[in-house]
Design a protein around this ligand. Structure first.
Ligand SMILES: Cc1cc2nc3c(=O)[nH]c(=O)nc-3n(C[C@H](O)[C@H](O)[C@H](O)COP(=O)(O)O)c2cc1C
Length: 530
């Protein structure tokens, strides 16, 4: 299949736009026999079974965001097992007829799961790949004599390196795959942030590290990849209790470069199809080593109380995407709606936005259909007051900008937006027949000067998406990420002419109708205590 090539990240963005008359290039059919495996396995590695939580943590859902009062868990096999169980592990198996598939704690576009995780763990004296299928660590290197100096560098914490396997997404979504990998990465970062909080830990992004150095830190130059199946280094986070480490000293890179690395990734599919624009997008948006100023978030109290249906652990385990919504079950109380919006605001010291992502905040354009006391219509939720003047300048002058007190919410245009947004979201009924759906408007102007910002903007959207998933679930509703939408149809509606803002991700929330044809099984074999 021949497809247009991109010469820079802005052109990739253009090429990967869906338009009603022409979707971004992808295969005209789904080659089911050639679907890449959703599970990466490093062959020839020693496997370390991670334990599952034996007792509930007994924490309220608010502790997903706010730090727990009790002492932090020490980093050991048990707590690392709990951390991954509550962030990147399987959450259930579903089946229909002869088909069954796994769902995970973190969502993923098309359930294709391009995100992989590697852990540098002095506490377990090794570097490991996380295998969610069996909740195992695959040991890619023993730290040996490097254990003590790395432990001294890392303090009480450890590193998690996240990577993407774009081929899993491009198999289905062609040129748009790189975007979806970045959304999923943001969701994974959010899931890690929430799980860490429950253990009294923090997750901090190591911002200054270049993409290539991250690959070196993870031992990638020594891996024998199947061509086209290379993992793309994305982000490194420090995780743990105590004082976070926000950079990687050269000494650590040298120690890791000197290790004996083992393990060869199993082939993911028979005949992989490299989608060149995705490879180019990865190349163009790589980050070089550079310093970043620390990211400071506002100190902000929660003004709304939110009755929670579930404790924190139940909530992360039962998070699912809605497949279809029912009008009668999709009416949301106004207080809940405002509380849900407030949960998306960045706050100093609160997960998941205290990660330290150097990136301007994204704003929400809401298509409100069924919130009590709120006129149906199009609204804007401004997540950072300093952006308001620019938003008012850029968006269509016809908009009303009627404020709701000082909540940050503005009514732009009353009216029934269901047909418009349903159609703009690739004719997906879940965007129209819901409580509300929304687009995430990202300040896009900086991408021209710093192409690595492209990835971070999508991660920022994924973080907001992860909050929305959990908030919807906590309210007895259900959320769904929407990656399929006609980009410029949204921009035209909003009056955006010059890419100052771009809608990079959509989302919808409603009262879900369960598909009764599907059966559910627990995520892991009962023999392993779960
Ligand atoms: C980035 C992203 C984009 C998505 N886009 C869509 C979409 O356009 N339409 C849809 O029905 N579901 C969409 N989903 C939902 C996924 O299909 C869903 O997360 C996946 O099937 C796994 O199911 P789960 O979320 O219940 O674990 C998206 C999810 C993510 C994370």
């Amino acid at each position: 299949m021949s497809t247009a090539l991109a010469k820079d990240i802005l052109e990739y963005h253009f090429l990967s736009k869906h338009r009603p008359e022409k979707y971004a290039d992808s295969l005209p059919f789904l080659d089911w026999d050639n679907q890449p495996s959703p599970f990466q396995e490093y062959l020839g590695t020693t496997k370390l079974e991670l334990p599952f939580l034996q007792r509930s943590l007994g924490l309220g859902a608010e502790f997903l965001y706010q730090p727990v009062a009790q002492p932090a868990r020490p980093v050991d096999l048990e707590s690392v097992g709990a951390f991954l169980e509550l962030s990147l592990a399987l959450s259930a198996w579903k089946s229909y007829g002869d088909e069954s598939w796994a769902l995970r704690i973190n969502p993923s576009s098309g359930n294709l799961h391009p995100t992989e995780a590697h852990l540098v763990l002095p506490q377990l004296s090794g570097v490991f790949h996380y295998q969610p299928l069996h909740h195992q660590l695959e040991q890619r290197a023993a730290l040996g004599a490097a254990t003590v100096p790395l432990a001294a560098i890392l303090g009480q914490g450890f590193w998690v390196g996240l990577t993407s396997l774009a081929i899993r997404e491009s198999w289905k979504y062609g040129v748009r795959a790189f975007r979806y990998c970045q959304h999923d990465l943001g969701h994974a970062l959010g899931a890690l942030g929430f799980a860490a909080n429950l253990l009294g830990w923090k997750v901090k992004l190591v911002n200054g590290l270049g993409t290539e150095e991250l690959g070196q830190l993870l031992g990638f130059p020594k891996v024998r990849w199947t061509p086209g199946e290379e993992e793309e280094p994305e982000a490194l986070v420090w995780v743990g209790p105590g004082e976070p480490l926000t950079e990687v000293p050269t000494e650590a890179l040298e120690l890791l470069a000197g290790l004996d690395w083992t393990g060869t990734p199993a082939k993911l599919c028979e005949d992989n199809l490299p989608w060149q624009p995705n490879e180019e997008a990865a190349l163009y948006s790589r980050q070089s080593h550079r310093p970043y100023a620390p990211v400071l978030l506002p100190q902000r109290p929660w003004s709304k109380t939110r009755p929670q249906l579930y404790d924190a652990e139940t909530l992360v385990r039962r998070r699912r995407s809605g497949q279809a919504y029912q009008a009668a079950a999709s009416v949301m109380d106004q207080d809940r709606f405002f509380a849900l919006l407030e949960a998306t605001l960045p706050r100093q010291g609160y997960a998941p936005f205290d990660l330290g992502l150097p990136c301007p905040p994204v704003h929400l354009v809401l298509f409100v259909h069924r919130v009590t006391g709120l006129t149906p219509g199009v609204y804007l939720y401004c997540r950072a007051e300093e952006s308001l003047a620019q938003l008012k300048e850029v968006l269509d002058p016809r908009f009303l900008w009627s404020p709701f007190g000082d909540s940050g919410l503005f009514l732009l245009e009353p009216g029934d937006a269901r047909q418009m947004i349903g159609q703009a979201c690739c004719n997906q009924a879940i965007a129209a027949n819901s409580t509300f759906s929304l687009g995430m408007l990202a300040p896009f102007g900086g991408v021209g000067e710093d192409a690595s910002l492209y990835r971070r903007l999508f991660w920022a959207c994924g973080l907001v998406g992860q909050v929305l998933y959990l908030e919807a679930e906590a309210a007895g509703f259900r959320g769904t990420g929407i990656g399929c939408y006609h980009d410029d149809q949204i921009h035209d509606f909003l009056g955006i002419k010059h890419q100052e803002f771009q809608s990079l991700y959509h989302f919808t929330i409603g009262g879900a109708v369960e598909d009764q044809r599907l059966t559910h099984q627990p995520p892991y074999d009962a023999k392993r205590n779960r």
